[in-house]
Design a protein around this ligand. Sequence first.
Ligand code: 2X7
Ligand code: FE2
Length: 299
Amino acid sequence: MGGGKIVAAALAPHPPHLVYAENPQQNEPVSECGWENLRWAYERMRANLDKLDYDVIVILSPHWQTYVGTHFLGLEKFKSLSVDPVFPNLFRYHYDIDVDVELARLIHDEAAADGLAVKMMENPDFRVDYGTITSCHLTRPQWDKPIVCISSNRARQYYSVEVMQEMTAQLGRATARAIEKSGKRAVVLASNSLSHRHFVSESEVPEDMSKEHITSHHLYLWDMKMIELLRSGRTREAHDMMPEFTEQAASETDSGSLTWLLAALDYPEYEAIVHGYGTIIGTGNAIIEWPCYAQEDSE
Ligand code: 2X7
Ligand code: FE2
């Protein structure tokens, strides 16, 4: 085979508030509005991705946490109800997900051949995490593309942030090789917030935007530093800064998602499109697209 490629990639954070605020028919709670700056940012990204011809979405989610190796959804269909454990008042989502098991297995095998510990998840009762569902819903609400879903190996917690960096960068390179071998056209998503300090209580009306702001200026400065590196193509610097950023911004980059994505893209030097930045219950979230397709056109 061969000839597969990543046609676009994105930092696509997953706060369930964004799905709640959109009121899709799959989600039970009903909202009045909320977080429009981020929802409109997702809309702009969708408008770009909808113009592309692609086969599959490949995502690494911080909320599927595995301690022994990296796992991959390994059955063709998963259907159930996903309830956010922290925000059950906002997210009770009925999902029906198709998986590209062929590509999942290719990435699994490529990573295994490189010495990483990996496993296919073949339990039909397995509940898909809300991070995967939220990022995929906001990127492609039609749910008409199969996904490859990759767990977050908690190397950060078990070892250190540096070990997490090494392992997820290696996984990113394996992911890119497998996509190339598959012959498929993939959109790749890192599903994480940037600074990740939450408020400890929720306002009475969750979508009351008069209560929404970053938890501290210190975290805002870290978010802006990271966004500027990503936006301007200084992605190797972003990779090098990731351990310090993860610690100082209490960032959800501890999942390895963003490290994985940058490695899969082989550290792009072209400009990324920042569709938007905003806070959700105090956490920092950026929606950033890497338009790999535009690079192809300019080659
Ligand atoms: O999972 C999340 C998150 N990453 C950020 C904000 C709020 C809720 O859930
Ligand atoms: Fe999260």
